[in-house]
Each structure stands twice: as structure tokens, then as C-alpha cells.
Design a protein around this ligand. Structure first.
Ligand code: GAR
Length: 316
């Protein structure tokens, strides 16, 4: 299975980047680091990455406006062929355009138990508040600062004699354990059959009168008391694929789809010309597109009385 390709952005010592990088040396790690980039040419972490044979890029942001600077970074990341971005102590607010480009594929580590203490001085604020636990969070990056969905957290006990520095040191240790773990789980997720099936289920069950059944051990979705409109094929006869099978118009459409993208589309064995297999495990599935396929397939098997009702409802 191809590894996810991660670009790491840093501004300082880069110890989290180092944790991600050394975890990636393990053969089982589902990601590799393809670039370490920084807005600070003096960032210590750049030397470490370079010494480990990782491509690096640095450009000082001073005097360059935010959009132009982010466009420079974006180009580097794209040229490195990154599939994901990991922010690791990258102390610059990103432009909305950059965040949108990577939405769902960009993670950050933050030294607090979010949603507590977004922004800076997290340790001092935890101490000032008299908290007994601090910690760190890995979250998805969304346009609002430190507010994206939390993917994982580690609690760190606060000791009575802690200062912001002593606490920061222990939180860092926790960060170094947490980040590689969460990043690994996250990039594996879109190849995990259970997660992929759950994504299909959510969209298939949103169709009118949809029902989940199982056929020869294959999860499938049909219309209650009627025909099936989708199957999820997981390692069928050991083919190693996770795919969605949906109805199409026939041999011509099937050939056209396979021709347009032969890595993604295939002729599902035993299903004939009226179905197409769509790989879900390539790591770049467009889930809106899958929802459209499911709606189209549902329509192909739905009894007239149901589609008529839908058409009437659609007019209002
Ligand atoms: C880490 O503690 C990270 O959580 C924090 O900066 C430090 C970077 O250290 N990030 C933020 O505060 C982001 N809001 P590192 O350069 O040694 O990885």
C-alpha cells in the first residue's frame, strides 16, 4: 500500500517534526516525510531534517504578504507531491485559501487540551487557572485558529511546583508520542475498510427508503423490499480492493469509465455490464462524488412511484 506523503511545516526547534520523522523510519509507518518547510531559515529543525536526507525549504516571511507567502509554500508542498500537511510548531496564521486547499488533510499539534487555551502561553494560562491537568491535542486545521476537530489528546498532570517551562517540557514529551500515532491513524483511515464502509453507509442510508442488508457476506444497500443499488466490496476473492459497486447504464458507460481512469474504475466480477466498481481505497476519494453515484444508482432501481414522488418534491 502506498504511503501517505507528508509535508511538515515548522518555525522553531522542530522536535515534533523530528518525532514524526523518526517514527516514519519504521517500515510499518503508513506515512513518509517528503518535505520539511519553514518560514524561518534559522529553524533548528531544518538542519536535522537535511541531515536525515529529507528535502527542506526555507523562506523568511518578512516583507511578503500572507497570501503571496502561502502561495510560495503551497507550490513547494505540491512539488514535493505531498498528500498531507502536518503543522509542527508552525507559528504563522495561514491564509484561508491555503487552509481550504488542505482541508481534511492538514493536522496541527497544540500544547493544551483543546478547546481550552487556544493561541499562545497555554502552559502559563493553565497554571494561572489552577488546573491540575494540562496536555496536548492533535487536531484538523480549519480556518478558525485551533478550533478544528480534535483527533487525539494526551493529559499531563500538573505538579504543585510546576512552572510554565517545566510543564512545557513534559507536555513536549507527550506531544512526541501523540503526534506520530494520530497522524498514522489518520492517514490510514481512508484506506481502512471499516471507515470506508461507514462513509458509504452514511450516504447510502440517506437515500429514500434505503435499507442495509448483506449478500454473500458483502454489505449492500437496497430499497426496503426492493432491489439493491450499492454493494461494498472488501477484499473480494482476495483482490485486496475496497470498492463501491453501483448501477450504470451498460457496457458502453462501463468501458468509458474504465477508460477515463483505470486505476479507479473496474468491471466487477460476476456483476455484468450494468455495474461499475469504484475504488474507495486510493486515498483521494471525493465523497460528494460518491454520494452522487449512490443517488444515481438508487434512481436506477427505485420503483416509479418513489422516483415520481422525488421528482414532484424536487419541483418545490
Ligand atoms: C510545540 O509545543 C507545539 O505544540 C507548539 O509549538 C511547539 C513547537 O515545538 N505549537 C503551538 O503552540 C501552535 N499553536 P517544536 O518546534 O519543538 O516541535
Amino acid at each position: 500500500m502506498a504511503k501517505a506523503r507528508v509535508a511538515v511545516l515548522i518555525s522553531g526547534s522542530g522536535t515534533n517534526m523530528a518525532a514524526l520523522l523518526y517514527a516514519a523510519k519504521h517500515p510499518d509507518c503508513p506515512y513518509e516525510i517528503v518535505l520539511v518547510a519553514s518560514n524561518n531559515p534559522e529553524a533548528e529543525g531544518l538542519k536535522l531534517a537535511h541531515g536525515e536526507g529529507i528535502a527542506t525549504f526555507a523562506r523568511a516571511h518578512k516583507g511578503v504578504d500572507r497570501d503571496a507567502f502561502d502561495a510560495i509554500m503551497l507550490r513547494q508542498i505540491q512539488e514535493a507531491g505531498a498528500t498531507h500537511v502536518a503543522l509542527a510548531g508552525y507559528m504563522r496564521i495561514l491564509s484561508d485559501a491555503f487552509v481550504e486547499q488542505w482541508e481534511g488533510r492538514m493536522l496541527n499539534i497544540h500544547p493544551s487540551l483543546l478547546p481550552k487555551y487556544t493561541g499562545l502561553h497555554t502552559h502559563q494560562r493553565a497554571l494561572d487557572a489552577g488546573d491540575t491537568v494540562a496536555g496536548c491535542s492533535v487536531h484538523l486545521v480549519t480556518p478558525e485558529l485551533d478550533a478544528g476537530p480534535v483527533l487525539g489528546q494526551t493529559e499531563v498532570t500538573i505538579r504543585p511546583d510546576d512552572t510554565a517551562d517545566t510543564l512545557a517540557e513534559r507536555v513536549k514529551m507527550a506531544e512526541h508520542q501523540l503526534y506520530p500515532r494520530i497522524l498514522s491513524a489518520y492517514v490510514s483511515r481512508d484506506r481502512d475498510p471499516e471507515w470506508l464502509l461507514a462513509q458509504v453507509r452514511e450516504r447510502a442510508m440517506a437515500q429514500p427508503e434505503a435499507d442495509e442488508v448483506s449478500s454473500h457476506g458483502m454489505p449492500c444497500f437496497g430499497i426496503i423490499g426492493g432491489k439493491k443499488f450499492a454493494y461494498v466490496s472488501v477484499d473480494h476473492h482476495g483482490d485486496g480492493k475496497t470498492a463501491l459497486l453501483v448501477k450504470i447504464s451498460g457496457a458502453e458507460e462501463q468501458a468509458m469509465l474504465i477508460d477515463s481512469d483505470e486505476d479507479r474504475y473496474y468491471r466487477p466480477a460476476y456483476f455484468g455490464d450494468g455495474w461499475i466498481g469504484i475504488r474507495l481505497d486510493l486515498g483521494d476519494t471525493d465523497w460528494d462524488h460518491i454520494a452522487d453515484w449512490l443517488a444515481k444508482s438508487w434512481r436506477a432501481v427505485a420503483p416509479k412511484k418513489l422516483t415520481k414522488l422525488m421528482d414532484v418534491a424536487g419541483k418545490f
